[in-house]
Unconditional design. Structure first.
Length: 175
C-alpha cells in the first residue's frame, strides 16, 4: 500500500504522552507564570529545549537536595550551559532531587527537584512556545502524587557526581 503526501513527524513523546501534558498560564502584577505538567523525561527535555529561547548570556542556580549544596553562576554563555544540562538530562529525569534555575532579568526557567517545570516571565511569549511544543493550556493541573521532604531523596551517587562535574566545568560559586 502506498501513501501519498508527507507524513507528520512522530516523536517518542508524542506516541506515549498522557492526557495531562499541558501548562497553566497565570498573570499577576505584570508577570506571567506557567507550570508545565508532563512525564519526568519530557519535562526535563522541555526544560533543556526551552533554554534555547533565552539570550546568549544567562545566570544559573543549581541546588542538589541530596548533598545539600547550592551553586550560582552569573553571566554564563548559554551554549556552554545548555551543553552541561544535556549531560544531566537522563540522570535528572531518572532520579530528580536537583533544582536548576536559568534566568535573565526578563525570564526564568526552573526545573524543581520534583520534576515540575515553571516558567516566569514579563511577557506571555512562553505560552506560544509551549503551544509549539504540543502542550495544551489548561485552567489547572493536578499536583504530583509523590513529594518527598528535603533530604529524603533516595541515594543517587551517579547524579551527585554528575552535578559536581557540571559545577566544576561551569566554574560555579557556592551559594
Amino acid at each position: 500500500m502506498f501513501f501519498r503526501g508527507q507524513e507528520a513527524e512522530v516523536t517518542v513523546w508524542q506516541r506515549f504522552k498522557s492526557d495531562v501534558d499541558g501548562y497553566t498560564l497565570d498573570q499577576e502584577d505584570g508577570h506571567f507564570t506557567s507550570r508545565v505538567a508532563a512525564n519526568a523525561e519530557r519535562v526535563v527535555d522541555l526544560f533543556h529545549s526551552l533554554t534555547e529561547h533565552l539570550p546568549p548570556v544567562v545566570d544559573v542556580s543549581i541546588e542538589d537536595h541530596r548533598s545539600g549544596k547550592s551553586w550560582v553562576g552569573k553571566g554564563l554563555p548559554l551554549d556552554d550551559l545548555r551543553e552541561q544540562i544535556a549531560r544531566l538530562k537522563v540522570l535528572i529525569g531518572r532520579f530528580g532531587g536537583a533544582e536548576i534555575s536559568v534566568y535573565t532579568s526578563e525570564d526564568q526557567l526552573t526545573l524543581t527537584p520534583y520534576l515540575d517545570l515553571y516558567v516566569y516571565s514579563r511577557t506571555d511569549r512562553w505560552a506560544y512556545l509551549l503551544d509549539g511544543k504540543g502542550l495544551r493550556q489548561q485552567r489547572a493541573l493536578g499536583s504530583k502524587s509523590w513529594k518527598r521532604e528535603r533530604g529524603q531523596f533516595p541515594a543517587a551517587a551517579e547524579l551527585v557526581n554528575a552535578i559536581q562535574s557540571v559545577v566544576e566545568r561551569l566554574s560555579l560559586d557556592r551559594a
